[in-house]
Design a binder for this molecule. Structure first.
Ligand code: ZN
Length: 186
């Protein structure tokens, strides 16, 4: 079944949270994800819901017309892949069955990984790492804004094109990136 892009409306695209698990790893959860065509190696236009049980949902690349799929890995780690097929395959003994797969790591694509939050902590003195519950990205941005005297409303939602594979990101992530630029963390 063809999966349609979610147009960039705030209701869907602003649902981005991060949380730490007991081992200290940071996970970013999101209602939608950007998608990447593993055939023509470019970002597919739009953002897509991916956390349901319809594993055969396909996405047609608007650039080359090839069919891509989302694959969800281990539920605990919430791994997400773009794939040429809708199920995981093991390679045969002769290695003939090759399935192209590319991981999508939202915390890296959205500049919300452990290293970046450490940097923000160094820049602002705000300690994010004591929070154990799920935190909304919008609240994180507002917290940094209030501590640094930057206006949340004035932060641009325009793309900065900082990620080499995903030049177009959700508006809220763009606010985060503009904030990181203002506090000179990127
Ligand atoms: Zn393509």
């Amino acid at each position: 079944m063809e999966r349609n892009a979610v147009f960039p409306d705030h209701e869907h695209l602003d649902k981005i949270t991060y949380s730490y698990d007991p081992s200290g790893d940071l996970t970013v959860s999101s209602y939608t994800t950007p998608a990447f065509c593993i055939y023509c190696k470019s970002q597919i236009d739009g953002f897509f819901p991916f956390r349901d049980n319809d594993h055969k949902a396909s996405i047609t690349c608007n650039h080359c017309g090839e069919t891509n799929y989302f694959l969800i890995g281990d539920q605990d780690t919430a791994e997400l892949y773009m794939s040429s097929h809708h199920i995981f395959h093991d390679l045969g003994p002769d290695g003939s069955q090759t399935i192209s797969r590319m991981p999508i790591v939202l915390k890296d694509i959205y500049f919300l990984n452990e290293g970046m939050l450490e940097k923000v902590q160094e820049c602002t003195g705000i300690n994010f790492f004591f929070e154990t519950q799920e935190i909304e990205l919008s609240k994180l941005i507002k917290k940094v804004c209030s501590e640094t005297g930057i206006s949340y409303e004035d932060l641009s939602e325009k793309d900065l094109g900082l990620h080499p594979l995903f030049p177009t990101l959700p508006p809220l992530v763009n606010k985060w990136l503009h904030l990181l630029t203002k506090i000179e963390c990127i």
